[in-house]
Design a protein around this ligand. Structure first.
Ligand code: ATP
Length: 235
C-alpha cells in the first residue's frame, strides 16, 4: 500500500550544521505517528522541510505517492498537507469563529460545515466561539491553532509540539485529540518532547537524535524499550 506521507533520505544542512541526515519515514492513512527527540534533534526542521519551508532540503517527500520536490508551500497545502507550527499561532484580536473562518478556502456552506466539525472535535472551542482568541487559555489557543490547520481538510496534519508549555494534565488532554484526528481519516505526524504521552496516543513512533532516526517501531513497544526509558522517561 502507498504511504500517505513518505520521506526518503531527507537531509538538511544549515551551513556546517547537519540538522537532518538521511531520514526516511512513513505515515499511513488514518495513522498517528510520533516524531520524538530532545531539543535540537531536528523535529521542527523535518516538519518545515515537509511543508516546503526548507528549499535546500535533499531527498524526497511524497504525498500519496506524488513527489512534492520543488513545490512551494501553498502548493503542498493545496495538495493536502496541513501544518500547525510550534507556538500556538492564532490571530489574538479575532474571535475563535473568525480564526477558523479565515483559514478556509471554501464557500460559505462548506466553510460552516468545516467549522462545525472543529467544534465537534473541540467542544471547548464551541463554548468560546465569539470570544477573542487572546481571551482563551493556553490549551484552548493550542486547540484553536490545530482546528485552524484542520479547516483545509488536510490528508496529513503536521503538528509541532502541541503540548509545549501546557500543564501535564492539559498536555495529555491536548494529545488525546490526536487520536480522534487520525481516526477521522487525517494522518498525523506529531513532533513531541513529551515522550510518554506522545507514545500513548500514537500507533508508531520514530526517535530522532542529532538528525538521524535511531529507533522506530510500534509506540506500545517503544514505551517499554530500555533505550527509550533511559533516554527520555527517566528510568
Ligand atoms: P526544538 O524542540 O528546539 O524545536 P528540534 O528537534 O525541533 O528542536 P530543530 O529546531 O529542527 O530541532 O533544530 C535542529 C538543529 O538545526 C539544531 O542544531 C538547530 O540549532 C539547527 N537549526 C535549526 N534551524 C536553524 C537555522 N535556521 N539556521 C541554523 N541552524 C538551525
Amino acid at each position: 500500500m502507498t504511504a500517505r506521507l513518505r520521506l526518503d533520505a531527507l537531509s538538511v544542512c544549515y551551513g556546517a550544521i547537519t540538522a537532518l541526515d538521511g531520514v526516511s519515514l512513513e505515515v499511513g492513512a488514518g495513522e498517528a505517528v510520533a516524531l520524538l527527540g530532545a531539543n535540537g534533534a531536528g523535529k521542527s526542521t523535518l516538519l518545515n522541510a515537509v511543508i516546503g519551508l526548507v528549499p535546500s532540503a535533499a531527498g524526497v517527500v511524497s504525498l500519496d505517492g506524488v513527489a512534492l520536490t520543488g513545490r512551494a508551500v501553498h502548493r503542498r497545502a493545496a495538495l493536502g498537507l496541513g501544518y500547525c507550527p510550534e507556538g500556538r499561532r492564532v490571530f489574538p484580536g479575532m474571535t475563535v469563529y473568525d480564526n477558523l473562518a479565515v483559514a478556509s478556502p471554501r464557500a460559505k456552506r462548506a466553510r460552516e460545515e468545516a467549522i462545525a466539525r472543529q467544534f465537534a472535535l473541540f467542544p471547548a472551542l464551541a463554548d468560546k466561539a465569539y470570544d477573542r482568541a487572546w481571551q482563551l487559555s493556553g490549551g484552548q489557543q493550542q486547540m484553536l491553532a490545530i482546528a485552524r490547520a484542520l479547516m483545509t481538510e488536510p490528508r496529513v496534519l503536521l503538528l509541532d509540539e502541541p503540548s509545549l508549555g501546557l500543564a501535564p494534565l492539559l498536555a495529555q488532554e491536548m494529545l488525546a485529540h490526536v487520536r480522534a484526528i487520525a481516526a477521522s481519516g487525517t494522518a498525523v505526524l506529531l513532533a513531541e518532547q513529551n515522550v510518554a504521552t506522545a507514545l500513548a496516543v500514537t500507533q508508531r513512533a520514530y526517535v530522532l537524535q542529532v538528525g538521524r532516526v535511531v529507533e522506530s517501531g510500534p509506540s506500545a513497544a517503544l514505551r517499554t524499550s530500555p533505550a527509550i526509558q533511559a533516554a527520555f522517561l527517566g528510568a
